[in-house]
Design a protein around this ligand. Structure first.
Ligand code: NAG
Length: 434
Protein backbone atom coordinates (compact mmCIF):
# COMPACT_ATOMS: atom_id res chain seq x y z
CA UNK A 1 0.00 0.00 0.00
CA UNK A 2 2.77 2.34 0.98
CA UNK A 3 4.64 1.48 -2.20
CA UNK A 4 1.53 2.10 -4.22
CA UNK A 5 1.05 5.49 -2.59
CA UNK A 6 4.67 6.34 -3.29
CA UNK A 7 4.24 5.31 -6.90
CA UNK A 8 1.13 7.45 -7.15
CA UNK A 9 2.98 10.43 -5.68
CA UNK A 10 5.84 9.98 -8.09
CA UNK A 11 3.59 9.77 -11.11
CA UNK A 12 1.69 12.89 -10.03
CA UNK A 13 5.03 14.69 -9.71
CA UNK A 14 6.10 13.49 -13.15
CA UNK A 15 2.76 14.49 -14.62
CA UNK A 16 3.12 17.96 -13.09
CA UNK A 17 6.50 18.27 -14.72
CA UNK A 18 5.22 17.58 -18.20
CA UNK A 19 1.75 19.01 -17.65
CA UNK A 20 0.42 22.29 -19.04
CA UNK A 21 3.19 24.87 -19.06
CA UNK A 22 3.06 27.96 -16.92
CA UNK A 23 5.06 30.12 -19.30
CA UNK A 24 3.70 33.55 -20.08
CA UNK A 25 2.54 34.33 -23.59
CA UNK A 26 2.26 38.10 -23.73
CA UNK A 27 0.32 39.19 -26.79
CA UNK A 28 0.81 42.73 -28.03
CA UNK A 29 -2.12 44.36 -29.74
CA UNK A 30 -1.15 47.41 -31.77
CA UNK A 31 -4.31 49.50 -32.08
CA UNK A 32 -2.91 51.17 -35.20
CA UNK A 33 -4.00 48.00 -36.97
CA UNK A 34 -7.59 49.17 -36.56
CA UNK A 35 -7.04 51.94 -39.09
CA UNK A 36 -5.04 50.01 -41.69
CA UNK A 37 -6.74 49.17 -44.97
CA UNK A 38 -8.26 46.05 -46.50
CA UNK A 39 -6.54 42.78 -45.50
CA UNK A 40 -4.33 44.51 -42.93
CA UNK A 41 -7.21 45.99 -41.01
CA UNK A 42 -7.63 44.10 -37.76
CA UNK A 43 -10.83 44.56 -35.83
CA UNK A 44 -11.26 43.47 -32.21
CA UNK A 45 -13.24 40.44 -33.38
CA UNK A 46 -10.14 39.29 -35.31
CA UNK A 47 -8.35 38.97 -31.96
CA UNK A 48 -10.61 36.22 -30.68
CA UNK A 49 -8.81 33.23 -32.26
CA UNK A 50 -5.60 34.41 -30.56
CA UNK A 51 -6.84 34.92 -27.06
CA UNK A 52 -6.94 31.34 -25.83
CA UNK A 53 -3.16 31.22 -26.47
CA UNK A 54 -2.36 34.44 -24.59
CA UNK A 55 -1.82 34.88 -20.85
CA UNK A 56 -1.54 38.66 -21.29
CA UNK A 57 -2.91 41.08 -23.83
CA UNK A 58 -1.09 44.40 -24.03
CA UNK A 59 -2.84 47.37 -25.61
CA UNK A 60 -0.41 49.54 -27.55
CA UNK A 61 -0.11 52.39 -27.07
CA UNK A 62 -0.95 55.26 -24.78
CA UNK A 63 1.22 58.36 -24.85
CA UNK A 64 2.32 61.23 -22.65
CA UNK A 65 0.96 64.74 -23.00
CA UNK A 66 4.01 66.96 -23.53
CA UNK A 67 2.76 69.78 -21.30
CA UNK A 68 0.80 68.13 -18.52
CA UNK A 69 2.88 64.92 -18.39
CA UNK A 70 -0.34 62.98 -18.09
CA UNK A 71 -0.82 59.57 -19.64
CA UNK A 72 -3.25 60.05 -22.52
CA UNK A 73 -4.83 58.00 -25.31
CA UNK A 74 -2.89 58.49 -28.55
CA UNK A 75 -6.08 58.15 -30.57
CA UNK A 76 -9.06 59.51 -28.65
CA UNK A 77 -11.37 58.77 -31.52
CA UNK A 78 -10.58 55.10 -31.33
CA UNK A 79 -9.61 54.44 -27.74
CA UNK A 80 -12.02 56.01 -25.32
CA UNK A 81 -15.72 55.82 -24.63
CA UNK A 82 -16.81 58.97 -26.40
CA UNK A 83 -15.07 57.60 -29.51
CA UNK A 84 -15.04 53.94 -30.58
CA UNK A 85 -14.51 52.76 -26.97
CA UNK A 86 -11.79 50.38 -28.13
CA UNK A 87 -10.09 50.31 -24.70
CA UNK A 88 -13.29 48.96 -23.25
CA UNK A 89 -13.95 46.55 -26.11
CA UNK A 90 -10.52 45.04 -25.56
CA UNK A 91 -10.72 44.82 -21.77
CA UNK A 92 -14.20 43.30 -22.11
CA UNK A 93 -12.59 40.17 -23.57
CA UNK A 94 -11.91 39.28 -19.93
CA UNK A 95 -15.52 38.23 -19.46
CA UNK A 96 -14.92 35.46 -22.00
CA UNK A 97 -11.27 34.80 -21.04
CA UNK A 98 -11.26 35.37 -17.27
CA UNK A 99 -7.59 34.43 -16.82
CA UNK A 100 -6.41 36.96 -19.39
CA UNK A 101 -4.57 39.99 -17.99
CA UNK A 102 -5.04 43.07 -20.11
CA UNK A 103 -2.44 45.81 -19.67
CA UNK A 104 -2.23 49.32 -21.10
CA UNK A 105 1.19 50.10 -22.54
CA UNK A 106 2.65 53.59 -22.72
CA UNK A 107 5.30 54.64 -25.25
CA UNK A 108 6.30 51.77 -27.50
CA UNK A 109 7.87 54.11 -30.08
CA UNK A 110 4.32 55.02 -31.06
CA UNK A 111 4.36 58.36 -29.22
CA UNK A 112 6.33 60.37 -31.72
CA UNK A 113 5.44 63.93 -30.75
CA UNK A 114 8.24 65.60 -28.81
CA UNK A 115 10.27 62.46 -28.00
CA UNK A 116 12.48 64.31 -25.48
CA UNK A 117 9.58 64.33 -23.02
CA UNK A 118 10.32 60.75 -21.91
CA UNK A 119 13.75 61.70 -20.62
CA UNK A 120 12.64 65.06 -19.24
CA UNK A 121 9.81 63.51 -17.28
CA UNK A 122 12.25 61.28 -15.43
CA UNK A 123 14.08 64.34 -14.14
CA UNK A 124 11.07 65.79 -12.34
CA UNK A 125 9.25 64.29 -9.34
CA UNK A 126 6.16 66.42 -10.11
CA UNK A 127 6.05 65.21 -13.70
CA UNK A 128 6.36 61.61 -12.55
CA UNK A 129 3.49 62.08 -10.13
CA UNK A 130 1.33 63.50 -12.91
CA UNK A 131 2.07 60.48 -15.09
CA UNK A 132 1.52 57.97 -12.30
CA UNK A 133 -1.80 59.39 -11.11
CA UNK A 134 -3.24 59.87 -14.58
CA UNK A 135 -1.97 56.47 -15.75
CA UNK A 136 -3.53 54.55 -12.89
CA UNK A 137 -6.80 56.40 -13.40
CA UNK A 138 -6.83 55.82 -17.17
CA UNK A 139 -6.14 52.11 -16.71
CA UNK A 140 -8.63 51.66 -13.90
CA UNK A 141 -11.44 53.57 -15.59
CA UNK A 142 -11.21 51.39 -18.68
CA UNK A 143 -10.93 48.05 -16.95
CA UNK A 144 -7.23 47.33 -17.50
CA UNK A 145 -5.35 44.99 -15.16
CA UNK A 146 -2.24 47.11 -15.08
CA UNK A 147 0.32 49.19 -16.94
CA UNK A 148 3.29 48.37 -19.15
CA UNK A 149 6.06 50.96 -19.35
CA UNK A 150 7.45 50.69 -22.89
CA UNK A 151 9.66 53.64 -22.14
CA UNK A 152 11.09 55.58 -25.08
CA UNK A 153 14.70 55.91 -23.97
CA UNK A 154 17.30 57.16 -26.46
CA UNK A 155 18.47 54.38 -28.75
CA UNK A 156 22.04 53.14 -29.08
CA UNK A 157 23.87 54.23 -32.20
CA UNK A 158 23.92 51.79 -35.12
CA UNK A 159 26.88 49.47 -34.72
CA UNK A 160 29.67 48.52 -37.01
CA UNK A 161 29.08 44.96 -38.18
CA UNK A 162 32.53 43.76 -39.12
CA UNK A 163 35.84 45.20 -39.98
CA UNK A 164 35.88 44.41 -43.72
CA UNK A 165 33.24 47.08 -44.10
CA UNK A 166 35.38 49.43 -42.06
CA UNK A 167 35.79 52.27 -44.48
CA UNK A 168 32.08 52.95 -44.65
CA UNK A 169 31.73 52.85 -40.90
CA UNK A 170 34.77 54.95 -40.40
CA UNK A 171 33.06 57.79 -42.23
CA UNK A 172 29.86 57.33 -40.21
CA UNK A 173 31.79 57.40 -36.97
CA UNK A 174 33.41 60.64 -37.94
CA UNK A 175 30.01 62.23 -38.38
CA UNK A 176 28.31 61.25 -35.19
CA UNK A 177 30.06 58.31 -33.56
CA UNK A 178 31.61 60.08 -30.59
CA UNK A 179 28.74 62.26 -29.38
CA UNK A 180 27.01 60.69 -26.39
CA UNK A 181 23.38 59.73 -26.96
CA UNK A 182 22.35 60.96 -23.54
CA UNK A 183 24.59 63.11 -21.36
CA UNK A 184 22.45 62.55 -18.27
CA UNK A 185 22.37 58.77 -18.31
CA UNK A 186 22.80 58.36 -14.55
CA UNK A 187 20.04 60.83 -13.76
CA UNK A 188 17.64 59.13 -16.15
CA UNK A 189 18.47 55.72 -14.73
CA UNK A 190 17.64 56.93 -11.23
CA UNK A 191 14.52 58.71 -12.45
CA UNK A 192 13.28 55.53 -14.10
CA UNK A 193 13.81 53.54 -10.91
CA UNK A 194 11.85 56.21 -9.03
CA UNK A 195 9.08 56.09 -11.62
CA UNK A 196 8.79 52.32 -11.35
CA UNK A 197 8.72 52.55 -7.54
CA UNK A 198 6.09 55.31 -7.54
CA UNK A 199 3.90 53.61 -10.13
CA UNK A 200 4.09 50.34 -8.23
CA UNK A 201 3.06 52.07 -5.00
CA UNK A 202 0.06 53.67 -6.72
CA UNK A 203 -1.00 50.43 -8.41
CA UNK A 204 -0.73 48.61 -5.09
CA UNK A 205 -3.57 50.72 -3.74
CA UNK A 206 -5.87 49.05 -6.28
CA UNK A 207 -6.80 45.38 -6.31
CA UNK A 208 -4.79 43.08 -8.61
CA UNK A 209 -3.07 45.66 -10.76
CA UNK A 210 0.09 44.49 -12.54
CA UNK A 211 3.16 46.42 -13.60
CA UNK A 212 5.39 45.42 -16.49
CA UNK A 213 8.36 46.93 -18.30
CA UNK A 214 9.09 46.63 -22.00
CA UNK A 215 12.66 47.25 -23.12
CA UNK A 216 12.21 48.61 -26.64
CA UNK A 217 14.55 47.58 -29.47
CA UNK A 218 17.98 49.24 -29.32
CA UNK A 219 17.49 50.63 -25.84
CA UNK A 220 20.55 49.77 -23.78
CA UNK A 221 19.18 48.21 -20.59
CA UNK A 222 22.56 48.29 -18.88
CA UNK A 223 22.42 52.09 -19.01
CA UNK A 224 18.83 52.68 -17.91
CA UNK A 225 17.65 49.68 -15.94
CA UNK A 226 18.86 49.25 -12.38
CA UNK A 227 17.86 45.60 -12.29
CA UNK A 228 18.20 44.88 -8.54
CA UNK A 229 16.24 48.05 -7.71
CA UNK A 230 13.32 47.44 -10.06
CA UNK A 231 12.96 43.73 -10.68
CA UNK A 232 11.01 43.01 -7.51
CA UNK A 233 8.56 45.79 -8.30
CA UNK A 234 7.46 44.42 -11.67
CA UNK A 235 5.49 41.34 -12.65
CA UNK A 236 7.70 40.80 -15.67
CA UNK A 237 10.05 42.55 -18.04
CA UNK A 238 9.55 42.09 -21.77
CA UNK A 239 12.83 42.28 -23.68
CA UNK A 240 12.36 43.27 -27.31
CA UNK A 241 15.64 41.93 -28.63
CA UNK A 242 14.68 42.28 -32.28
CA UNK A 243 15.39 45.04 -34.81
CA UNK A 244 19.08 44.66 -33.94
CA UNK A 245 19.61 45.60 -37.57
CA UNK A 246 17.02 47.65 -39.44
CA UNK A 247 16.90 49.37 -42.84
CA UNK A 248 16.35 52.76 -41.16
CA UNK A 249 19.32 52.39 -38.85
CA UNK A 250 21.56 50.45 -41.21
CA UNK A 251 20.41 51.36 -44.74
CA UNK A 252 23.58 50.12 -46.42
CA UNK A 253 23.73 46.70 -44.85
CA UNK A 254 21.20 43.92 -44.38
CA UNK A 255 21.74 41.46 -41.56
CA UNK A 256 19.91 39.14 -39.17
CA UNK A 257 17.43 41.30 -37.28
CA UNK A 258 17.06 39.03 -34.26
CA UNK A 259 19.70 36.32 -33.96
CA UNK A 260 19.52 34.17 -30.83
CA UNK A 261 23.30 33.90 -30.67
CA UNK A 262 26.06 36.05 -32.08
CA UNK A 263 26.74 35.32 -35.75
CA UNK A 264 30.43 35.19 -36.60
CA UNK A 265 32.34 38.47 -36.36
CA UNK A 266 29.38 40.59 -35.26
CA UNK A 267 28.96 42.76 -32.18
CA UNK A 268 28.93 40.66 -28.99
CA UNK A 269 25.88 42.39 -27.53
CA UNK A 270 23.45 42.50 -30.42
CA UNK A 271 21.67 39.18 -30.00
CA UNK A 272 18.90 37.67 -27.91
CA UNK A 273 21.18 35.70 -25.63
CA UNK A 274 23.25 38.76 -24.69
CA UNK A 275 20.10 40.82 -24.03
CA UNK A 276 18.49 38.27 -21.73
CA UNK A 277 21.78 37.32 -20.05
CA UNK A 278 22.26 40.90 -18.94
CA UNK A 279 19.12 40.62 -16.78
CA UNK A 280 19.98 37.18 -15.46
CA UNK A 281 23.51 38.23 -14.53
CA UNK A 282 22.19 41.37 -12.85
CA UNK A 283 20.09 39.18 -10.59
CA UNK A 284 16.66 39.01 -12.23
CA UNK A 285 14.80 35.76 -11.53
CA UNK A 286 14.44 33.92 -14.83
CA UNK A 287 10.68 33.62 -14.50
CA UNK A 288 10.31 37.41 -14.74
CA UNK A 289 12.06 37.59 -18.10
CA UNK A 290 9.88 37.53 -21.19
CA UNK A 291 11.47 37.43 -24.63
CA UNK A 292 9.91 39.49 -27.42
CA UNK A 293 9.36 37.75 -30.75
CA UNK A 294 8.50 39.93 -33.72
CA UNK A 295 5.92 38.95 -36.32
CA UNK A 296 7.37 41.08 -39.11
CA UNK A 297 10.37 41.06 -41.39
CA UNK A 298 12.93 43.78 -42.03
CA UNK A 299 13.63 44.38 -45.70
CA UNK A 300 16.44 45.89 -47.73
CA UNK A 301 16.87 46.56 -51.44
CA UNK A 302 19.71 44.68 -53.06
CA UNK A 303 21.61 46.18 -55.95
CA UNK A 304 24.23 45.07 -58.48
CA UNK A 305 26.98 45.33 -55.83
CA UNK A 306 25.24 43.00 -53.37
CA UNK A 307 26.89 39.63 -52.84
CA UNK A 308 25.00 37.16 -55.13
CA UNK A 309 25.08 34.40 -52.48
CA UNK A 310 22.73 36.46 -50.30
CA UNK A 311 24.77 35.63 -47.18
CA UNK A 312 24.56 38.40 -44.55
CA UNK A 313 25.81 40.94 -43.72
CA UNK A 314 24.98 41.99 -47.23
CA UNK A 315 25.49 45.29 -48.98
CA UNK A 316 22.15 46.96 -49.51
CA UNK A 317 20.59 50.08 -50.89
CA UNK A 318 18.08 51.28 -48.31
CA UNK A 319 14.73 49.88 -47.21
CA UNK A 320 12.79 47.47 -49.38
CA UNK A 321 9.60 48.73 -50.91
CA UNK A 322 6.36 48.82 -48.95
CA UNK A 323 4.13 45.76 -48.78
CA UNK A 324 0.57 45.61 -50.11
CA UNK A 325 -1.03 45.55 -46.65
CA UNK A 326 1.27 47.34 -44.22
CA UNK A 327 2.29 49.95 -46.82
CA UNK A 328 5.49 50.92 -45.03
CA UNK A 329 9.00 50.83 -46.49
CA UNK A 330 11.46 48.43 -44.92
CA UNK A 331 8.90 46.28 -43.14
CA UNK A 332 6.67 43.36 -44.15
CA UNK A 333 4.20 41.52 -41.97
CA UNK A 334 4.53 37.75 -41.83
CA UNK A 335 1.67 37.16 -44.30
CA UNK A 336 3.30 39.62 -46.69
CA UNK A 337 6.57 37.70 -46.45
CA UNK A 338 4.93 34.34 -46.95
CA UNK A 339 3.10 35.73 -49.98
CA UNK A 340 6.44 36.57 -51.55
CA UNK A 341 7.75 33.08 -50.87
CA UNK A 342 4.75 31.15 -52.11
CA UNK A 343 3.59 33.06 -55.17
CA UNK A 344 4.71 31.18 -58.25
CA UNK A 345 5.95 33.42 -61.01
CA UNK A 346 3.27 32.63 -63.52
CA UNK A 347 1.70 36.00 -63.99
CA UNK A 348 3.30 38.23 -66.55
CA UNK A 349 5.06 41.20 -65.05
CA UNK A 350 5.27 39.62 -61.59
CA UNK A 351 8.67 39.40 -59.99
CA UNK A 352 10.07 35.94 -59.25
CA UNK A 353 9.49 34.66 -55.75
CA UNK A 354 12.16 34.88 -53.08
CA UNK A 355 14.61 32.16 -52.18
CA UNK A 356 14.29 31.18 -48.53
CA UNK A 357 17.45 30.27 -46.64
CA UNK A 358 16.92 28.47 -43.38
CA UNK A 359 19.46 28.05 -40.62
CA UNK A 360 20.03 24.43 -39.60
CA UNK A 361 22.02 25.58 -36.55
CA UNK A 362 18.84 27.29 -35.26
CA UNK A 363 20.99 30.09 -33.90
CA UNK A 364 20.59 33.05 -36.24
CA UNK A 365 17.28 32.90 -38.06
CA UNK A 366 15.89 32.67 -41.55
CA UNK A 367 16.28 35.05 -44.44
CA UNK A 368 14.96 35.23 -47.98
CA UNK A 369 16.19 37.14 -50.99
CA UNK A 370 15.97 37.86 -54.68
CA UNK A 371 18.81 39.36 -56.69
CA UNK A 372 18.12 42.38 -58.88
CA UNK A 373 17.23 41.74 -62.52
CA UNK A 374 19.38 42.83 -65.46
CA UNK A 375 18.15 46.38 -65.22
CA UNK A 376 19.17 46.45 -61.55
CA UNK A 377 15.59 46.43 -60.23
CA UNK A 378 13.67 44.16 -57.88
CA UNK A 379 16.47 43.07 -55.56
CA UNK A 380 15.24 42.34 -52.04
CA UNK A 381 16.67 40.85 -48.84
CA UNK A 382 14.48 40.02 -45.83
CA UNK A 383 15.33 38.95 -42.31
CA UNK A 384 12.18 37.62 -40.70
CA UNK A 385 10.60 35.39 -38.12
CA UNK A 386 8.42 32.48 -39.21
CA UNK A 387 6.64 29.84 -37.11
CA UNK A 388 9.75 27.69 -37.12
CA UNK A 389 12.21 30.34 -35.89
CA UNK A 390 9.63 31.72 -33.45
CA UNK A 391 9.33 28.21 -32.05
CA UNK A 392 13.12 28.09 -31.71
CA UNK A 393 12.98 31.27 -29.64
CA UNK A 394 10.37 29.70 -27.38
CA UNK A 395 12.59 26.63 -27.04
CA UNK A 396 15.48 28.92 -26.09
CA UNK A 397 13.29 30.56 -23.44
CA UNK A 398 12.36 27.18 -22.06
CA UNK A 399 15.93 25.87 -22.02
CA UNK A 400 17.06 28.94 -20.05
CA UNK A 401 14.12 28.71 -17.63
CA UNK A 402 12.90 32.17 -18.56
CA UNK A 403 9.36 33.36 -17.91
CA UNK A 404 7.86 33.32 -21.39
CA UNK A 405 7.57 34.96 -24.76
CA UNK A 406 5.79 37.97 -26.14
CA UNK A 407 4.36 38.32 -29.62
CA UNK A 408 4.97 41.76 -31.11
CA UNK A 409 2.45 42.12 -32.42
CA UNK A 410 -0.70 40.15 -33.24
CA UNK A 411 -1.69 42.34 -36.18
CA UNK A 412 1.48 41.42 -38.12
CA UNK A 413 1.04 37.71 -37.51
CA UNK A 414 -1.11 35.97 -40.10
CA UNK A 415 -4.36 36.67 -38.28
CA UNK A 416 -6.45 35.80 -41.33
CA UNK A 417 -4.72 32.51 -42.07
CA UNK A 418 -3.63 33.64 -45.55
CA UNK A 419 -0.40 31.59 -45.58
CA UNK A 420 -1.55 28.06 -44.75
CA UNK A 421 -5.10 28.47 -43.50
CA UNK A 422 -4.06 28.50 -39.83
CA UNK A 423 -4.72 31.78 -38.07
CA UNK A 424 -1.89 33.23 -35.94
CA UNK A 425 0.80 30.70 -36.95
CA UNK A 426 3.64 32.52 -35.15
CA UNK A 427 1.67 32.84 -31.93
CA UNK A 428 0.69 29.16 -32.11
CA UNK A 429 4.25 28.00 -32.76
CA UNK A 430 5.62 29.88 -29.75
CA UNK A 431 2.80 28.71 -27.51
CA UNK A 432 3.43 25.13 -28.59
CA UNK A 433 7.10 25.28 -27.55
CA UNK A 434 6.78 27.26 -24.33
C1 NAG B 1 25.39 49.48 -23.31
O1 NAG B 1 26.00 50.22 -22.32
C2 NAG B 1 27.12 49.58 -21.73
C3 NAG B 1 27.52 50.39 -20.52
O2 NAG B 1 27.61 51.75 -20.80
C4 NAG B 1 28.21 49.45 -22.78
O3 NAG B 1 29.34 48.82 -22.23
C5 NAG B 1 27.66 48.62 -23.94
O4 NAG B 1 28.59 48.57 -24.99
C6 NAG B 1 26.36 49.20 -24.44
N1 NAG B 1 25.76 48.25 -25.36
C7 NAG B 1 25.51 48.51 -26.61
C8 NAG B 1 24.89 47.41 -27.41
O5 NAG B 1 25.78 49.56 -27.13
Amino acid sequence: MKALLLLATVSVAVAANIGPSTGKVVCYYDSKSYVRESQARMLPSDLEPALSFCTHLVYGYAGIHPETNKMVPLNENLDIDRGHANYRTITNFKTKYPNLKVLLSVGGDADVEDPQKYNLLLESPQARTALVNSGVLLAEQHGFDGIDLAWQFPKIKPKKIRSSLGSFWHSIKKTFGTTPVDDKEAEHREGFTALVRELKAALNLKPNMQLAITVLPNVNASIYMDVPAIINLVDYVNIEAFDQQTPERNPKEGDYASPIYKPQSRNDLLNVDAATSYWVQAGAPGNKIVLGVSTFGRTWKLNADSEPSGVPPIQADGPGEAGPYTKTEGILSYPEVCGKLLNPNHQKGMRPHLRKVTDPSKRFGTYAFRLPDDSGEGGLWISYEDPETAGQKATYVKSKNLGGVSIVDLSMDDFRGLCTGDKYPILRATKYHI
